[in-house]
Ligand binder design. Sequence first.
Ligand code: PHE
Length: 439
Amino acid sequence: NADQFITINNKTYKSDPEFTNVTPSIISHVNRSLHKKPNHPVNILRDLIEKKLSSVDDAFTTYNNFTPVVSTFENFDSLGFPADHPGRSKSDTYYVNDKTLLRTHTSAHEMECYNKVDSTGKPGFLISADVYRRDEIDKTHYPVFHQMEGCRVWKNRSIDEIKSDLKVLQKKLDEHEMKLIVEDRSLENTPEENPKQQYMTDQEVDLVSQHLKRSLELVISEVFNQKINSMKKEKNSENIPNELKVRWVNAYFPWTTPSWEIEVWWNNDWLEVCGCGIVQQQVLLNAGYEKDSTISWAFGLGLDRIAMLLFEIPDIRLLWSEDNRFISQFTDGSINTFKPYSKYPGSTRDVAFWLADSSKDSIEIHENDLMEIVRNAAGSLVESVKLIDRFQNPKTNKTSLCYRINYQSMDRNITNDEVNQIQKQVETELVDKYHVSLR
Ligand code: PHE
């Protein structure tokens, strides 16, 4: 039975009726590699960050070719994810089978790259790649996006070395044209939920966290300075920020402690840019390091949302467009504002249904399951899916849901017949798989 095997990148995997939830539509994205596509916004941003970080002390090896199929060990266990962590759930993650999945973050490759540090001769690495998460459908969410992971290692824990690396970095930051206004909220808050690790001294934690924070501040200075300069060139000087506020807040990740997030004040909102922290010793031990020998920081940064902000791209699906009117607008090495072209007309359909009675019928539907049915039927023709009505009949206790689906293509006109057919497929799958009754 052909259904029992799944082929991704010329490799065949056994599927598992309990776990497999990757769809052909998702698999079709596996080789798109927008982070390596010449003259593409995601590629331009990746290149900009790599160059800036490497300009400090040439400390990073770059890895941009890892394939997205990884083991649950690489994606979760090697990083100390507890067995019941929500990130592991089938509603959030694309599984190929019970032991194999599409990576949900670039951290899946940390162990492997830590292991290679000695042979590269560089004390750090940057990994850029496509990552996959089941999620809602709207202008800022797409099930495939791109991250850059950064890690930096100090073997032998030489305080003098950390100090001198920090000094070089601080100088680079001081020389930067852009001056950030930095608020560090993590310093005020109780460090108890975000403890340092036993094997490190207070001084080591202090110096290494400064190195991490200053590295990311340098990245942000560079990226947003380029944006501001391009705005000055393109537009008359209204609404161009002349300073940039950032803040550090405490965060939690299974494989780092302490952990933080950095947020940037942009368009009257705090934008989460990046999670980071001091890597748990267990990850380093998993990668073959000797106990208590090494200190390391790590960060993970989402490229797509920052690219959308820099290039003023209003819908995340545009990043995937092959339309010449989109791809011809950008040039490697520079940031410019996207010029909208006329959208093709869209078409709206509602789907309303009664949920199956869960006491009689054990099939439950998660909202992401509905999203997946629509994505698989519509591919890139779906713009958004929103719950517009939900109610429970007091007599029967049955729940009714109504979702509004906006169909619209970035690249061409869609016909009514085409939309009707997709809508029919969505309805049929809802009934077949989740036993709902259409209304
Ligand atoms: N992988 C994390 C995420 O996807 C980000 C991160 C990377 C956090 C490295 C800490 C260290 O959100």
